[in-house]
Design a binder for this molecule. Structure first.
Ligand SMILES: Nc1ncnc2c1ncn2[C@@H]1O[C@H](COP(=O)(O)OP(=O)(O)OP(=O)(O)O)[C@@H](O)[C@H]1O
Ligand SMILES: Nc1ncnc2c1ncn2[C@@H]1O[C@H](COP(=O)(O)OP(=O)(O)OP(=O)(O)O)[C@@H](O)[C@H]1O
Ligand SMILES: [Mg+2]
Ligand SMILES: [Mg+2]
Lengths: 256, 256
């Protein structure tokens, strides 16, 4: 039975897409079947895995608008055990179009519930906002993985994100839980990095993943070659960190 | 006659807020009167300048909703010649509430046009999206300053941003022009930094500011002390870079 994890944080540039792509690819290499769902109109997860987003006829937009079936939209990637529901810029329209629609919060959930047992993990990459697209992801998910950049502004937004998660839990998805808080772009030489990690651990205790993702230039280079870091440079710190994260996730969920 | 500049890029974490705060503070130190308008519900510009956003009764939200006057919302900051229209999380509701309203795109413009002569510069900090809030900022502006992080994903989103600017220009604001493209978080040691700058200069030529903002930890530390970098550490590379940017902006607009 697949586990659906929404990767969300309304703060921009904290490593949501980098985590979605590289965690998904690491789980794939470990022989788990994975579906990556890109609900960000920027479609960075889609292009970062080699999908030609400019020439896509149908995307996750058409699924949410109930105009296409799952099988028509899902695509295989070049990477082992990894499929994707790609997005494109036309998803921008969905937020406005959905506002006056029935069941606007559960559109994605209705789709993913029909395929949940085909995959071990379903990861959802969210846009940097708390609008209807992100809410759709939180409503469809079993848990939320929260990437937090080791910087001050990333700390400020956490309270709001937790309130939104509580609202979704209360109104649409009683089972929603926090999978964990993942520290990203950590630089051990910087005072700010260390003080933010300390603050987050104080607030979230054992909810913080033991694995910390260090700042590593290979993670920033890999997307320009349209591949996950494990394919681009498996020996890099970035690749090692995301493999360790995949391992930690598997261990945590072993008894489920 | 004030110049209204929208600071916008839907890619998250590229330095919109850091540019808004530090360019505004640098212009203030040079004796220009500046208004910073925060239309991001994350309200990082507001808190980064020492506004206690959790205890605000009225914000820019009330201005857009036409429930309060400019004088009720505007606040002085502790920094020379710098005032702010603060935001808070209740701005999240504005995007959905505005959808079915009259004149939804020109709400901010109507407000700023009444105070344009009071300031030399009005800078607008936008959220990481191309929704109604960002469109309100683009509609109110004379020009757009586009921060671009020296990373691959930041490059990908530029085409979409330019199309949105063209749409706003065609439908709501014929005079809208590009003030310039600002390269941010530049690290001269990284191949990716240099290749992105080269690409951007090839596409945008003289529209790219000569001033480049280097990656500098002081810029990341300053917000945790609720102050612009020029107050936190005036000798830092970050402070020097933003002073140089303010200078370049003044020189460019001297004949206007
Ligand atoms: N650990 C890391 N080390 C170095 N660079 C990183 C790391 N994680 C992410 N990056 C880079 O930082 C930038 C922001 O990361 P990413 O795009 O994954 O964040 P995001 O949260 O998905 O952004 P958005 O809010 O726009 O969706 C990207 O250019 C990415 O390549
Ligand atoms: N030149 C720089 N050197 C080092 N750190 C920087 C620099 N510019 C910005 N930062 C840091 O990078 C992070 C992202 O910057 P910032 O929040 O200004 O981006 P943004 O585009 O406003 O993000 P959002 O899309 O969430 O609004 C912040 O933690 C900030 O302190
Ligand atoms: Mg992303
Ligand atoms: Mg910002």
């Amino acid at each position: 039975m697949g586990r659906i994890i929404s990767i969300a944080n309304q703060k921009g540039g904290v490593g949501k897409t980098t985590t979605a792509i590289n965690l998904a690819a690491s789980l794939g290499v470990m022989e788990f079947s994975v579906l990556l769902v890109d609900i960000d109109p920027q479609s960075n997860s889609s292009s970062g895995l080699g999908i030609d987003v400019r020439n896509l006829d149908i995307t996750v937009y058409n699924l949410i608008a109930e105009e296409a079936s799952f099988d028509e939209v899902v695509q295989k990637t070049n990477y082992p055990n990894l499929s994707i529901l790609p997005s494109s810029i036309n998803l921008v329209g969905a937020e406005i179009e959905l506002v006056n629609q029935e069941n606007r919060e559960i559109r994605l959930k209705k789709v993913l519930d029909t395929v949940k047992d085909k995959y071990s993990f379903i990861l959802i990459d969210s846009p940097p906002s708390l609008g209807l697209l992100t809410v759709n992801g939180l409503t469809a998910a079993d848990t939320v993985l929260i990437p937090v950049q080791c910087e001050y502004y990333a700390l400020e937004g956490l309270g709001q994100l937790l309130r939104t998660i509580e609202l979704v839990k209360y109104n649409f998805n009683q089972h929603l839980d926090i999978e964990g808080v993942l520290m990203t772009m950590y630089d051990s030489r910087l005072r700010i990095s260390n003080s933010v990690i300390e603050d987050v651990r104080k607030h979230f205790n054992e909810k913080v993943f033991k694995t910390v993702i260090a700042r590593n230039v290979r993670l920033a280079e890999a997307p320009s070659y349209n591949m996950p870091v494990i394919e681009y440079d498996a020996t890099s710190t970035g690749a090692q960190n995301y493999l360790a994260l995949a391992n930690e996730l598997i261990q945590k969920n072993k008894n489920i």
